[in-house]
Ligand binder design. Sequence first.
Ligand SMILES: Nc1ncnc2c1ncn2[C@@H]1O[C@H](COP(=O)(O)OP(=O)(O)OP(=O)(O)O)[C@@H](O)[C@H]1O
Ligand SMILES: [Mg+2]
Length: 408
Amino acid sequence: MSKIEVKDLYLIFGSKRKQALELVKKGVSKDDVLKKTKCTVAVKNANFSIEQGEIFVVMGLSGSGKSSLIRCFNRLNNPTSGSILVNGHDVLKMSEEELRQLRRTELSMVFQHFGLLPHRSVVANTAFGLEIQGVPESESHEKAREMLKTVGLEGYEDMMTGELSGGMQQRVGLARALTTNPEVLLMDEAFSALDPLIRTNMQDELIELQRKLKKTIVFITHDLDEALKLGDRIAILKDGEIVQIGTPEEILVKPADDYVRAFVENVDRSMIVTASSLMFKNTGKLILEKDGPSLALRRMREMGVNRLPVVDRENVFLGFVRDNDVVELKKKDDRDLNKILISDVMPKVAPDTPAADLLPLFIDKQLPLPVVDDDGKLLGVAVHSSVIAEVTGRDREEIIEIKNSGGI
Ligand SMILES: Nc1ncnc2c1ncn2[C@@H]1O[C@H](COP(=O)(O)OP(=O)(O)OP(=O)(O)O)[C@@H](O)[C@H]1O
Ligand SMILES: [Mg+2]
């Protein structure tokens, strides 16, 4: 079961919501609905799930409906139609009491402007969520102190929050959201008010914290770099509609439309596109124990290549064989590929190696780089021309042309 499941969700603001809903469902645009009914379509037909333990980023331009969408999760906004299941329970069907319970124990929100009480101490602010649950002060403050330690604020417990820097206040906000031990954290532009260096630190710490706490985090941001860094998956919102959901890599490599493309255009792809998306999975690999030169030559012809990777029966990468050597071996009527195996020239690379880091590893441009998992098993091969194409932003065809004319 998914942690949060959103189905056919619409959120419309304005008094003629029902009429507006009918129009949107008929395909009338957000602008036209506004003209006809004075209603704003904030979320339109959203369908997606968020899994336990993931950081799910919601990204989009200002006014695209990011806040509106996640405020539906805890019913700070009342959806116009659809359903939202949290742990399988529909929040649209919950009573006031059940909703209070949900907000206190299940979903916790961290806001952009911290939402702290400036004249309360750090520890009192942090304990606030527990306090409204009726937890005695001795206990709530003890838990608050523990959480402050976790977010790196040990020693600041008794200061007034108004005396802290922005970055520290945001940590208090985070600690406060975490003290009630919620399963889901909703973070709406939580780091946007911080200056860049502190923001980067907070991102690193959130990742570290998540490694320990394994919450489900829904994180809203305008910032693509932040989205790519934090998100296990990213949803891109445009005019209240989700135009694409995918891993950071999917968003970069296959933007669904021009809107998404405009977001990703300015990113240094070579730092984010990795060996696993560049590599060819269909490697034509040979198995040392059983394959011989005849099969090797036949496969090279089929694939139009002059070398093939060799693995053992467990698929552990052993090396490459080249066509010339295979021909020689065959002439000698020898079947042992081991004798012509080139095994020590090239480094093996992990699937998450950025494209930019692959380039210097090509010692022999004729031989691809083997991409292997932690156990050394072959996942695919990264070919020099593909890596160049990625890093220089040139077309693959163009590179092949340059290569054929003696360049690169
Ligand atoms: N309470 C409200 N009443 C009426 N309209 C609203 C309300 N809240 C949001 N809207 C409208 O809904 C749309 C989506 O707004 P929302 O605040 O969700 O966008 P956002 O993506 O979070 O933007 P930002 O990045 O600026 O925070 C906008 O057109 C906005 O004007
Ligand atoms: Mg917002």
